[in-house]
Design a binder for this molecule. Structure first.
Ligand code: NAD
Length: 381
């Protein structure tokens, strides 16, 4: 199949592009390299030494499969995006190209507005370009578990739609699960959902929205094949996801810093599982006329303090509790359905399996880049 990967230079997009190329798909990456620019803006950056996009593409073509690259800002260059889609004639487009850090979106006015402008306009441009060029193209979007909020108010979190009974008519029906964002970034993901519902209703746009859990880990089978293919690994308080922050601390013999009492339960997925799920979504598009298909892309649920304890038990690291910079419940329970991707063949990698390998890799390869102050750089909100 032909697949355009928007945001294919990023943490999830790069290993997914390699995986799809390895499986024989023709991949076209679109990225404006804004994440690399934000690394400079925050004086932070990947703990691994990532190659330039030019070197990545060259080595990927030599060692893995067919991958092309175009530098387009999908929020600002609609014509460039539309023309590329018309030239490539993809079967699927994967939309990773959003500003994805909740802490970044809460730093201040310019970061809030950038996140909204970039994410909402970019995702809307993709939908609009598809209906202009060919409405049968399958759009796969990366949403987040954060659109649901983290309460057990409605029980186990279903895949996108909630069963309800309308009291006045005693009718059973399904509605989009009530959106409950916890940051401006999560708010953009909630708004994305409405864009998809409307484009589906009006133009029959074929959409899979993957509500992904927090991604952890760094390597996949493909990124290991050459140093130029290594994936980025964020560990700072703005872009580093919680388990990756802990992995960087364990690998560098400093205490694991848990926000608050660490009682929040969250859904997690390893980076290689994330790439595998994208492959399943590409190869199994929704049927014609099917409503917006929503899958929860998660492997397991863990509490933050539970995660720290697993890592501490495996590595001997100390656990330290620090003030929580975020406005969120001190503790919550979470239960999540993930039957959709499982029905397509997804078999999750659970935490214990790869954790220690990632700690070793990060410890051996990246010690010289680690700055322990960077892990605690989150803004407060
Ligand atoms: P990332 O920041 O590493 O990658 C995003 C990529 O998109 C970057 O390379 C960036 O340069 C590019 N980009 C951003 N705006 C663009 C634009 N306007 N035009 C072209 N390119 C643009 O993020 P990631 O961790 O790979 O996340 C990818 C997607 O997955 C995001 O939408 C994110 O919300 C979602 N997601 C990620 C996680 C996670 O834990 N990393 C969890 C849930 C959902």
């Amino acid at each position: 199949m032909k697949v355009i990967v928007l945001g294919g230079d990023g943490f999830c997009g790069w290993p997914t592009s390699l995986k799809l190329a390895k499986e024989g798909h023709e991949v076209t990456i679109v990225d404006n390299l804004s994440r690399r620019a934000i690394d400079l803006e925050l004086s932070s950056g990947s703990l691994t030494n990532i190659a330039s996009i030019r070197d990545r593409i060259k080595v990927a073509n030599e060692k893995i499969g067919k991958i092309d690259f175009h530098n387009i800002d999908i929020a600002k260059d609609f014509a460039g995006l539309r023309n590329l889609i018309a030239d490539v004639k993809p079967d699927s487009i994967i939309q990773f190209a959003e500003q994805r850090a909740a802490p970044y979106s809460m730093i201040g006015d310019s970061e809030r507005r950038y996140t909204v402008d970039n994410n909402i306009v970019g995702t809307h441009n993709v939908c609009s370009a598809i209906v202009e060029v060919d409405p049968s193209i399958h759009l796969i979007h990366l949403g987040t578990m954060g659109v649901y909020g983290y309460s057990k108010e409605f029980g186990k979190i279903p895949e996108g739609y909630l069963d309800i009974e309308i009291k006045s008519t005693a009718q059973d029906t399904q509605i989009l699960y009530p959106a409950n964002p916890g940051s401006v970034y999560h708010m953009t993901k909630c708004l994305d959902q409405l864009i998809f519902q409307f484009y589906h209703k009006n133009w029959g746009l074929k959409v899979t929205d993957l509500h992904q859990g927090i991604v952890w880990g760094v390597e996949t089978a493909e990124t290991k094949l050459d140093p130029a293919l290594v994936n980025r690994f964020d560990y700072d308080g703005v872009y580093g996801t919680v388990l990756n922050r802990f992995i960087s601390q364990a690998a560098n013999d400093v205490p694991l810093t848990v926000y608050g009492i660490g009682g929040q339960e969250r859904a997690f997925i390893h980076i290689s599982d994330s790439a595998r799920c994208l492959q399943l979504a590409v190869e199994n598009p929704p049927a014609d006329g099917e409503r917006v298909r929503i899958f929860n892309q998660v492997s397991e649920v863990q509490s933050v303090k539970g995660l720290a304890q697993i890592l501490a038990d495996q590595t001997g690291a100390e656990v330290q509790f620090v003030d929580n910079p975020r406005k969120e419940l001190a503790e919550n329970e979470l239960e999540v359905a993930n039957d959709g991707l499982r029905s397509l063949g997804f078999e999750p990698v659970l935490l214990n399996t790869d954790l220690i390998e990632d700690v070793k890799f990060i410890g051996n390869e990246t010690k010289h880049n680690f700055d322990k102050a960077n892990v605690l750089s989150s803004p407060k909100w």
